[in-house]
Design a protein around this ligand. Structure first.
Ligand code: ZN
Length: 555
């Protein structure tokens, strides 16, 4: 009996312990998976959605079939267009896609951007030689020159010393870009951006600077630089190789090319240059059959066939954000891209073009996600225009970003929930929070007051001017260090199928176009000419043997 009681007690205790452990596990699991659904009334969140098993199976089968039918284009790329979404993190791509869909009245998550449909994609590791999180200068040097370098420097290798012009002028430190390689192969070259054309990303195509901020001599003067021996970025674009040979330069930054005695045509404020140089006139002198344009109408009315080169400076500084464009002066990125491609399509040997959606980054820095997503959609429209105007048989199009940002898409919002709205869940402070937020940035002030989180219940978080919440107070939200995406279509696009270092991109462009370091691979790649050459060599050999035979048999 004693034994039976002991056994019963022991078994009960064991069972109790096991149940407690199981409850504990399931509770812990629940805690991690299910948040505070205080605002939810049922488990099926959006009853209007009826995508059943048959739907998902058929969409997956269609995707699978498309993948099985996919064939790499092994040809040489006559043209290369690099689309650079500045700061276009993967979260930005996803958010832009949802935002685009919701603007069109859909739930949004299923929407596709133009480059979502590209056949090949990869990840790009963006760190620089001395920085875990990149800026646009060192990253531009990586994907345009094929060499990683120090943060805040452009077109120079790791031996450059920040703000030291003697290391900028050292020939051994300089690295050339895809534009120099393309020009050596007699290809046309051009740049398009929504920022100043002297900003870090476009400067990566033509400049060598120990400080990305040295956009003109005035900026250099703050660092005590001898501006007579140290070329600023605007000077390098207009006066030096390869910038002076660009067929297309479109963007903002007019005041960096004008002397401080000359009023701007739009703002009437004087230019910035203290050295008296008028670089716009210098460009005109060097391009007598070129055209200088300053407005959208002038750009759209440009007669491409009669114009050898175009310099378009549409704003004294950065061009306006698309959503805030107050004048008809600024063309869209799509309009600039179309003109650029039409200009470069005149080149018999093809072209290399950089198109930057430069203000996605700046809108993020401002802590304004809606603005960033609008810029990303404009960027996508430019990509669509390029696809329309070119052929994937001879044009490699790459879409990527230079670095990430701290934007996150968080919470457990319902399918189709307004991306710019509240997530539908509560924090442990019983206050709602937004789906989009930044790890840091100016949105701190719209997040916290008197040591508490602000209640957003009656705040219009979808407003154009709304600053998404952030956890750390910083006036300018920072970049992020996570990988960014690469999307590619056209010849050699299949070389992007993995996780790569960012500087690999320049080497793929060179290989695909048979320029620069890519030249040494070209015999192997241009299979059509090789296949043509083999029968020719055999024929020559046959004729030689026949003649030799005739000579032998005669004697
Ligand atoms: Zn930035």
């Amino acid at each position: 009996m004693k034994l039976f009681i002991s056994f019963t007690l022991a078994s009960s205790l064991l069972l109790l312990f096991l149940s407690a452990a199981l409850i504990g596990v399931s509770n812990a699991d629940e805690y991690h998976r299910i948040p505070h659904h205080k605002s939810r009334s049922n488990n099926q969140r959006n009853r209007a959605i009826t995508e059943d098993a048959a739907f998902w199976k058929s969409t997956a089968q269609a995707l699978l079939q498309a993948e099985l039918n996919k064939k790499p284009i092994e040809a040489k790329a006559k043209n290369v267009i690099l689309f650079l979404g500045d700061g276009m993190s993967i979260a930005t791509v996803t958010a832009a896609r949802i935002y685009k869909g919701q603007k069109a009245g859909k739930t949004g998550e299923e929407e596709q951007l133009t480059f979502d449909k590209f056949p090949y994609s990869a990840l790009s590791r963006t760190y620089c030689t001395d920085a875990q999180v990149a800026d646009s200068a060192c990253s531009a040097t990586a994907y345009l020159c094929g060499v990683k370098t120090n943060i805040d420097t452009i077109g120079l290798d790791v031996n450059v010393i920040y703000k030291d012009c003697s290391t900028q002028n050292e020939a051994a430190n300089r690295v050339s870009s895809i534009m120099t390689w393309a020009q050596a192969a007699n290809k046309g070259t051009g740049i398009v951006t929504t920022t100043k054309v002297t900003h870090a990303t476009p400067a990566g195509t033509y400049a060598h600077v120990a400080n990305r901020d040295w956009e003109d001599d005035y900026a250099q003067s703050f660092d005590g630089v001898d501006t007579t021996t140290c070329d600023d970025i605007a000077e390098q674009l207009v006066l030096n190789d390869p910038g002076k040979n660009f067929k297309v330069i479109l963007g903002g930054g007019r005041s960096y090319f004008m002397p401080n005695t000359m009023p701007d045509i739009e703002t009437k404020e004087n230019g910035r240059r203290r050295d008296g140089k008028n670089l716009i006139d210098e460009w005109k002198k060097a391009h007598p059959t070129g055209k200088y344009v300053t407005s959208r109408d002038e750009l759209l009315n440009l007669i491409v066939s009669g114009t050898d080169a175009v310099l378009g400076l549409f704003s004294p500084a950065h061009m306006e954000y698309f959503m805030e464009s107050s004048t008809a002066n600024n063309p869209t990125l799509e309009q600039m891209t179309r003109t650029a491609i039409q200009m470069l399509q005149k080149e018999t040997n093809g072209y290399v073009l950089l198109v930057e959606g430069g203000r996605i980054d700046q809108a993020h820095h401002d802590g304004r996600a809606k603005l960033a997503l609008e810029e990303a959609i404009q960027f996508d429209l430019a990509v669509a225009a390029a696809l329309e105007l070119t052929s994937t048989d001879d044009t490699l199009i790459i879409v990527t970003a230079d670095h990430s940002h701290t934007l996150t898409i968080n919470g457990y919002p319902d399918r189709g929930n307004n991306l710019l709205g509240l997530s539908g869940d509560m924090g442990e402070d019983d206050k709602p929070y937004t789906t989009l937020s930044y790890a840091n940035g100016p949105g701190y002030d719209t997040t916290f007051a008197n040591g508490e989180r602000i209640n957003l219940t009656n705040v219009d978080t979808t407003a154009d001017s709304y600053l998404q919440p952030s956890a750390v107070p910083i006036g300018s939200e920072t970049h992020g260090g996570d990988d960014v995406a690469i999307f590619a279509i056209g010849p050699q696009a299949h070389l992007f199928q993995g996780v790569y270092e960012q500087h690999y991109i320049a080497h793929v462009m060179a290989y695909a176009a048979c320029v620069g370091d890519g030249l040494k691979f070209c015999d192997a790649k241009s299979s059509s000419s090789r296949h043509g050459a083999v029968p020719l060599i055999m024929l020559v050999q046959f004729v030689l043997v026949w003649f030799a035979g005739r000579l032998l048999f005669r004697s």
